[in-house]
Design a protein around this ligand. Structure first.
Ligand code: FE
Length: 348
């Protein structure tokens, strides 16, 4: 993981405090139940998180600020949702954090989330970026955009459809269809362009015989290495590479400007319906959306969910763009349609 500590607020722990408030990463497998309600430790919250990058420092800062310890375990969004379903009322988890909007909506549909009536969260997070029933709230914005080689591409594609043009035959790298990022992008195409047009766009990509790579970082490295010339990835992966090496020969082409804009996804947080410590869970989410919002976003070079919080300088340098806020709440509803479309057209 790249070190972007310079962008974070400095937190100083006296040695004894450091030991006391150390974050406990839970090991794999099911963890013992804390029971519901009465047995809960009010000084501790347990988080299942599908968003991994830089979270230790963020949780440390929360602990320093509130005295509440954070225990966390990581996994993919679908894995953590399956685990929560399996654990049911006995889950030790208070909060779930996802890397994708569709996956939190699927968790809501599965009855895993508690509605949270919070003026603080409604005040910080725009309406388009939280569930209508207050079951989840965006914590940061992630944009999935067109990337191109600055060495071999002088006229980059300007839309997701352009990537299906014959100019990009055997020059395109894509994330496989099993990944939530791909599914949510296609869900947004279905919403914005209609099912038929969305299908022809994805058919165009497939016709270009893309190289499928299941890592956005590796996709960008493949562009640097000359294995592909254009691709679709989230912006923060490029930010991390540029932070390590400003000469990385890859740049963003902002898609669908000025119409619907770049596909916007979000990382989200929610309180679980079976949270042993719902009060602590609420405090963590409210803190992540306010006092901790900049640390949380900057830790992974994401755009803050709260538009009044300034993004990191490095990503301000990516330039002005339109982002597709209107689709975010629809990505879960359209997830199965997207999965079916990807399968029909033979997208790996
Ligand atoms: Fe990611």
């Amino acid at each position: 993981m790249p070190n972007n500590g310079s962008l974070m607020r400095k937190v100083h722990f006296p040695p004894s405090r450091l030991v006391f408030s150390a974050i406990v990463a839970l090991s794999g497998g099911l963890v013992a139940s804390c029971g519901t309600g009465s047995g809960a430790n009010p000084e501790q919250v347990t988080v299942y998180t599908g968003r991994h990058y830089g979270i230790e420092a963020v949780f440390d800062e929360f602990t320093e600020d509130t005295g509440i310890e954070v225990r966390f375990t990581t996994g993919s969004d679908p894995e953590l949702r399956e685990r929560l379903v399996a654990e049911g009322a006995n889950t030790p988890a208070d909060v779930v954090i996802t890397a994708d909007a569709a996956n939190i909506e699927l968790a809501a549909s599965a009855g895993l989330l508690a509605a949270l009536d919070s003026d603080t969260l409604r005040g910080a997070i725009p309406e388009e970026l939280r569930s209508e029933k207050n079951e989840w709230f965006a914590l940061s914005r992630r944009l999935r955009v067109i990337m191109h080689s600055t060495e071999r591409v002088s006229e980059p594609p300007r839309s997701y459809a352009d990537l299906g043009g014959s100019a990009w035959s055997k020059r395109l790298c894509l994330r496989p269809s099993t990944h939530p990022y791909t599914q949510s992008l296609v869900a947004s195409l279905i919403l914005n362009q209609g099912a038929e047009k969305a299908e022809s766009i994805v058919e165009g990509w497939v016709a270009n015989e893309p190289l499928y790579i299941n890592s956005d970082t590796d996709i960008l490295k493949a562009i640097s290495a000359g294995d592909c010339d254009v691709a679709i990835t989230n912006t923060y992966y490029l930010a991390r590479l540029l932070d390590e090496d400003p000469a990385t020969p890859v740049a963003i082409s902002w898609p669908e400007q000025p119409t619907t804009g770049a596909h916007l996804n979000v990382s989200t947080g929610a309180v679980l319906a079976s949270a042993p410590n719902p009060g602590g869970a609420r405090r963590l989410l409210e803190w992540l959306a306010t006092k901790g919002q900049k640390t949380f976003s900057d830790a992974n070079f994401e755009y803050p969910a709260d538009p009044s919080v300034a993004p990191a300088d490095l990503i301000v340098g990516f330039g002005e763009h339109t982002a597709d806020l209107a689709a975010v709440r629809q990505l879960g509803r359209l997830n199965q349609d997207a999965v079916a479309l990807l399968s029909r057209v033979g997208h790996e």
